[in-house]
Design a protein around this ligand. Structure first.
Ligand code: COA
Length: 257
């Protein structure tokens, strides 16, 4: 495997592939290229016998603040916006069906696409600084993956609260909601995830692969529908206004009220 795929750093040791979202100056916001880079990384990790389990975490003070909102303004016409959404959905799906176990180690913000990445990760550990949220409506969007897969982890009320109000769940509420199972002391999320990964890596790979495939059965349902709906939302006036307001650091004025 390479040690870098765009904004993603990779280290493989002792059966564990450590994947680092590494764009800390932008809170690890996910670039356009991220999605294809992630798919390539996953394909290579799947083929590499040295990898038995994958751990994903964020560099700096946060896990990930979601899709690159500033880049949304450069996406061009509606077909280009749909292509972007398809790349993102394909990458989420590739992550979800990756044949080896995955663990997210979360600290700080896990927002938007960052929170959604945790939803398609098998196990989620966080520290006490973690804040999970799906604030996409603030930029005229919805969490396209979250509306399809989120309720596999949380119940509908928690998910609707996150989507409709933009609520950010702290570590305890995230555990209550089902987004995370283990809370580590501040700064120890990665150590805890690596400890868990070593335990997972010691188990027979085929047993885990088969269990994962069965547990994930039916999980691809709804992706296509949500892809089209998200692409449509990417072409509204309110999405443009939300993105402009984010860039200009002001409150948006939405027309669809
Ligand atoms: N896309 C692009 N850039 C982002 C980003 C995103 N999703 N989230 C943060 N950044 C950038 C900021 O623009 C800023 O860049 P700058 O220093 O060049 O101005 C930098 O990361 C630090 O973020 P900042 O907003 O200054 O930090 P903060 O502590 O005041 O606020 C957040 C942190 C996460 C609350 C805020 O950045 C935010 O709301 N981000 C968007 C989250 C979101 O809506 N995600 C879903 C996207 S659909």
């Amino acid at each position: 495997m390479q040690d870098r795929y765009g904004m993603i750093g990779v280290q493989v040791a002792d059966g564990i592939c450590r994947v680092t979202l590494d764009r800390p100056e932008k809170l690890n916001a996910l670039t356009y290229a991220f999605w294809t880079d992630l798919v390539q990384l996953l394909a290579e990790a799947e083929a590499d016998d040295a990898v038995r389990v994958l751990v994903i975490h964020g560099a700096g003070s946060h896990f990930c603040a979601g899709g690159d909102i500033e880049g949304f303004g450069e996406l061009g016409d509606i077909p280009a916006r749909r292509r972007y959404q398809k790349l993102a959905f394909d990458a989420f799906r590739a992550f979800e069906v990756f044949a080896k176990p995955t663990i997210a180690a979360v600290h700080g913000y896990a927002l938007g696409g960052g929170c959604e990445l945790t939803m398609v990760t098998d196990l989620v550990v966080c520290d006490t600084t973690a804040r999970f949220g799906t604030p996409e409506a603030a930029v005229g969007l919805m969490p396209g993956l979250g509306v399809v897969r989120g309720h596999a982890n949380t119940n509908l009320h928690w998910l609707k609260q996150m989507i409709f109000t933009g609520a950010r769940l702290d570590a305890e509420d995230a555990r209550l909601a089902g987004l995370v199972t283990t809370i580590a002391p501040e700064g120890q999320h990665l150590d805890e995830a690596l400890r868990m990964a070593a335990e997972v890596a010691s188990r027979p790979a085929t047993a885990l692969r088969v269990a994962k495939a069965i547990l994930n059965r039916g999980s691809g349902e709804g992706y296509d529908y949500s892809l089209e709906a998200t692409a449509l939302l990417h072409s509204t006036d309110d999405q443009r206004e939300g993105v402009a307001a984010f860039k200009e650091r002001r409150q948006p004025t939405f027309s669809d009220r």
